[in-house]
Design a protein around this ligand. Structure first.
Ligand code: PLP
Length: 465
């Protein structure tokens, strides 16, 4: 053993290291609902501590982690607490954290079954669970990726592969130069990651046929051009501002009859299908061909956890195929054929653990509670003078505005400065708005009440200026 190896192997089994880390994590969670939801100016300023050159020599692992905790922990956003409503950010359920912690020690690579039989097994099991809980076709396969950005990319790659293959063109071999044209149709309100995926896939964004949306951000079905066998229709379960859902039944059936491919971006909204009270929102989505959904938003797995689902296994694995002499394919499942990555961490452990710990009724209740809290938030804000809720709160998103853009921006700034909760801004139908996403299992009715009070003070302050 070299001296460095001696140091490292002593640290590998150093109980103090791991016990102290777990204690730091626990201390963090115990106070996360009391700390400012966004870091204070002082904590942000203290981050300059990290502006130093790389150390010339090794130092003790415990010291390094202590340093991270000392300067890092106060500069986190408190999304593990109950009052972070920014973007669409889930909390992390205990079973997920626990499985992630255990998986950290295992440190499995998941490219092939032979690299991690346990990860391959659970990917197979959870694939089946997702197919059932979302009511998707039995042929549906899943790829476990970082998030819906990657899931959209994979779903659209499968679409590109299949639509061109149907026209006698193998895009994996022949590329795009000289390929038959595709007709790409999506709503004006498509999420930016859809446009990014189309760019990355060489399909560009100039030729997209954008369909007008209604006042909730749903595609107007009558404005969708007639689909044909070259058509890729991209729909949405959960508009990132309003939470609105496209009308899947009519659109999917018409597209499927014409030989088109339908992809649904359901990053947070697809989970409505797993909730009895809200399943009407996704009715008909099972007629699509591919779906993107996150674990780390509505389901509250730890980051990062995205899933691509595809009814056409051959299209997905054809699009993501790779070969090399040293690869060993297993008899069950080799994750790398379902994702863009070769090496990947075993994020399936957390997804499995969260689903297993909630069960069918727990998932249902988690989703319906997010919806109820969003309704509570919307009611509380509507009662404040000058604030208007602009969307139908069908899921977990609330879009609210004051009378003028200027006042909306001031209210937003004052709420953010108070740090009782955190919400973000957006633009919606030409107006500045405040966007609230209730996405954490930890949010209680008291959290919503405290946050609405912060809004109330912000409105008062904005009227005084
Ligand atoms: C969050 C989101 C995405 C991107 O998902 P990531 O997990 O952040 O990569 C795509 N579409 C919608 C509708 C989203 O809300």
């Amino acid at each position: 053993m070299t001296p460095l190896q001696k140091k490292l192997s002593a640290e590998q089994l150093d109980e103090n290291l791991y016990r102290e880390v777990v204690q730091m994590g626990l201390d963090y969670l115990q106070q996360v609902n009391q700390q400012p939801v966004f870091p204070s100016q002082e904590s942000l300023h203290a981050l300059t501590h990290f502006d130093i050159p790389l150390a010339p020599q090794p130092s003790a692992a415990l010291d390094v982690v202590r340093e991270l905790n000392q300067f890092g922990s106060a500069a986190t956003v408190a999304s593990a607490g109950g009052r972070y409503f920014g973007f669409v950010t889930g909390g992390a359920l205990p079973a997920g954290l626990g499985a992630k912690l255990l998986g950290t020690f295992w440190d499995q690579g998941t490219a092939m079954q032979v690299m991690s039989p346990i990860a391959a097994k659970l990917e197979r099991v959870v694939e089946g669970w997702l197919q059932k809980i979302f009511g998707l076709p039995e042929s549906t396969v899943a790829g476990f990726v970082t998030g819906s950005s990657a899931a959209n990319l994979c779903g659209l790659a499968a679409a590109r592969y299949r639509l061109l293959k149907n026209q006698g063109w193998d895009v994996s071999l022949q590329g795009l130069r000289g390929s038959p044209p595709l007709k790409i149709v999506t709503g004006r309100e498509a999420h930016s990651t859809i446009l990014k995926a189309l760019s990355v896939l060489g399909l560009g964004t100039d030729l997209i046929q954008f369909v007008e949306c209604d006042e909730q951000g749903r595609i107007r079905p009558e404005a969708v051009p007639p689909p044909d066998a070259h058509t890729l229709l991209i729909l949405q379960a959960g508009n990132v501002n309003s939470g609105a859902f496209d009308e899947f039944k009519r659109l999917c059936e018409r597209a499927a009859a014409a030989g088109a491919w339908v992809h649904i971006d359901g990053a947070f909204g697809l989970w409505a299908a797993a909730c009895q009270k809200l399943a009407h929102l996704t009715a008909g989505m099972e007629h699509a061909h591919s779906w993107a959904v996150d674990g780390h938003k509505t389901l509250n797995t730890p980051y990062d956890c995205g899933i691509v689902l595809c009814r056409d296994k051959q299209a997905l694995t054809g699009a993501l195929h790779m070969q090399a002499g040293y690869l060993v394919t297993g008899d069950q499942r080799d994750g790398m054929f379902f994702t863009p990555d070769m090496s990947r961490r075993a994020r399936i452990l957390e997804l499995w653990a969260v689903m297993q710990s909630l069960g069918v009724t727990g998932i249902d209740e988690l989703v319906s509670t997010l919806h109820e809290r969003a309704r509570q938030f919307a009611d509380a804000l509507s009662a404040l003078p000058g604030l208007t809720v602009l969307n139908d709160v069908v899921f977990n998103q609330v879009v609210v505005a004051a009378e003028t853009d200027d006042q909306t921006e001031r209210v937003l700034r004052f709420v953010q400065e108070e740090r009782v909760c955190w919400v973000g801004g957006s633009t919606w139908r030409g107006r500045k708005v405040i966007r609230i996403s209730v996405c954490s299992w930890a949010t209680t009715d008291e959290d919503v009440r405290l946050s609405a009070q912060s809004f109330s003070r912000a409105v008062q302050r904005s009227l005084q200026h």
